[in-house]
Structure formats: structure tokens, C-alpha cells
Write a protein that binds this ligand. Sequence first.
Ligand SMILES: Cc1cc2nc3c(=O)[nH]c(=O)nc-3n(C[C@H](O)[C@H](O)[C@H](O)COP(=O)(O)OP(=O)(O)OC[C@H]3O[C@@H](n4cnc5c(N)ncnc54)[C@H](O)[C@@H]3O)c2cc1C
Length: 336
Amino acid sequence: MIQYKYYFLSLILVIADQLTKMMVLGSLELYESIEITSFFSLTHVHNYGAAFSFLADEDGWQQYFLVSISLASQVVYEQLCAQILEDTGLDPQYLKSGLLMMDEYDSDEAIAWMKRYNLNYQSHQQGALFSEIAQVRNPRLLKALKADIVNKGVKIIEHVKIEKLLIKNDKALGVVSSNKTYLADCVLACSGAWSSQWLDLKEEIFPMKGQMIVLKSKPDIVENIVLDQGRYIIPRQDGRILVGSTMQNVGFDRSTDDQTRKALHEFASQRFSSLANAQVEHHWSGFRPASKSAKVMLGKHAKFDNVFLNTGHFRNGINMAPESAKRITQLINHET
Ligand SMILES: Cc1cc2nc3c(=O)[nH]c(=O)nc-3n(C[C@H](O)[C@H](O)[C@H](O)COP(=O)(O)OP(=O)(O)OC[C@H]3O[C@@H](n4cnc5c(N)ncnc54)[C@H](O)[C@@H]3O)c2cc1C
């Protein structure tokens, strides 16, 4: 009888899921949000990557482009992290913790996708385990990369807001802040969700807010990254556990709210009961650089030959960073 109850519950969830999808598709533009209550809103998003662009379902060349830069980046991350640890002494904590996917992996779309890209998983009692998937701690990675390039002689000017390009005869001569002009042979814009604030782009880039929490826990409570219902749990080496995230189309509003903190904590506790008592150490939000077409902008600016773009990576900017950087460098240096 209990079994039937669960089947019934699943059926209700499937029907509710389909109904809300139909409602959202019928009444909301892509990325439009409606607020249902003060803490619950619906946003129309397409699932371009359940697992770090793992199931990217873009059509045409962008699909192959996204997949190839994702996969190529995954290959170089291990070596890149080892190299910058050796050079700087700072450890980005690359960890092949594997990813346990609890839903979606057995859909027809996912199976066809994995077959096409030769991706394999092992069966797990709670889903599918992709043991090759790794993680990095991005704030540490950024700190290490910064130290590395400073050691190599790169000058970084921080806390300066660029207002616009300096243009003369259809060519960029540099960029302009509120009180200074910076001259340059070429300009590379990698300003994330803010890119449309100072650049005239073919397609608008806008922020898609995501809230996350960190739980203070012990190592070995969670073994693999867990992905379920669009949310994830990431176990760090020191026992901290990252739980994310929301998808909110609310502009540049950085605020976080108690309801989301509780919902993320509950999501983790339901899967690992000992996390119910873990302290929420940190709760914050960030902005993904989104666009309606969800196409990454990696290449030359449409109007200026010496302005380059590396933006619009949405949910996959960390994943795609090494390969995106390599390709844009090759383009700027005429190596392609
Ligand atoms: C909650 C959350 C979870 C995520 N999880 C993942 C994940 O698991 N895997 C993954 O691959 N990606 C993930 N992402 C997405 C990833 O963080 C982004 O795709 C990535 O940060 C985009 O990199 P970027 O360099 O283009 O932009 P950013 O990282 O946003 O950097 C842009 C920088 O440009 C600066 N800037 C902007 N405008 C100006 C200006 N006018 N003048 C000077 N400086 C300017 C900003 O201050 C900022 O420092 C996540 C994002 C969020 C919010």
C-alpha cells in the first residue's frame, strides 16, 4: 500500500510539473518571472545544462560549440590547477568527487545526448554516478590565478568601473572610466552580467540571480556532488557543503531571503539527514550572465574589429573558462 501511495505522489508531482511547465510556457516569455507569493516566484528558463552544461540542448552549431568548450575545459582543469598550485602555493582544490544525478539521466533526451558524446555513468542505488566529474573552489581558483598572472608581470587595475569604449573612426582606441582614459590596441570585454551596461551588443546580456548557502559540516558526510531537481549539493574537502541555487530574473538585486535559505537547507537535509543540524555559515547571491538565446558571446564585436567579447556563459562560465580564454586569445593573436 505504501508503494502505491508513493506512485500516486509521483504521479501528482509529474502532473503538477507538466501543468506548471505548460503554464509557464504559455504565459511567460523566456526568463520572465512572476511572483506567486513573497517567497515563491516562477521564472521561465530552459534547462541548458542540468549538470554544468552536461545536457546542453542548444540547437545548431552552438550546441557543438558549447559542448566542445565544456569538455575541452574539463580536460585542462586538472593540469591547470596543479600548475598554479606549484607556481603560487595556492590550492584551487580540484577534486574529482564524481556527480550523482538523481533525476533526468534516464530521460530519452539525456540518453541520446550521452550516447552522442560517449559519456558513461555507473548505476547507483539513488540514480546515476558520473565519476569523472570534478569540482574546483572558484574563489580560491581566482585568487591563485590572480597571484599567478601578477607574478608573471601582468598589471591589474582593480575597482575601476569602465563607462564606455573610446571610439575614433570606427576603431576602439581604449576604454573610459569616470575619471580616466585607458588606451589599448584591442579591448576584450569579459564583464559578465554587466556587459550590456557599457557595450552596445547584438543581444542584451542580463543578470540571472542565484542564491547559495554554505553549511559547516564534516568531511565524508557527502561523498559525491549531488544533483536533483535542478538543485545541487557540493561537498568540499574541508567538510563545508555548498547548496544551490535559485534562478531569479530580478535585475541587479543582490538581496538574499530567509525562505530561500531554509528551502536550500531543507533540500540538503532531506538527502542527508545529519545536515539538518549543520550551521548555515554563509548565504549569498551572484549574477549569471544570461541572454534570451542563451548563446555564448565569444568572438569579435559586430561593429569594431579590435573589440572582442567573452561573455554570456550563463550557468557555465566556470566550466567553460579555460577553453573560452584559449579560443579568444587565439582569435586576438590571429592564431586561428
Ligand atoms: C549561484 C551561481 C552558481 C553557479 N554555478 C556554476 C557552476 O557550478 N559552474 C559553472 O561553470 N558556472 C556556474 N555559475 C556561473 C558562473 O559564475 C558565470 O558563468 C561566470 O562567473 C561568468 O564569468 P564572467 O567572467 O563572464 O563574469 P563574472 O564572473 O560576473 O565577472 C565579471 C567581472 O566584470 C566586472 N565588471 C562588470 N562590469 C564592469 C565595468 N563596467 N567595469 C569594470 N569591471 C566590470 C565585475 O565586477 C566582475 O568582476 C554560477 C553562477 C551563480 C550565480
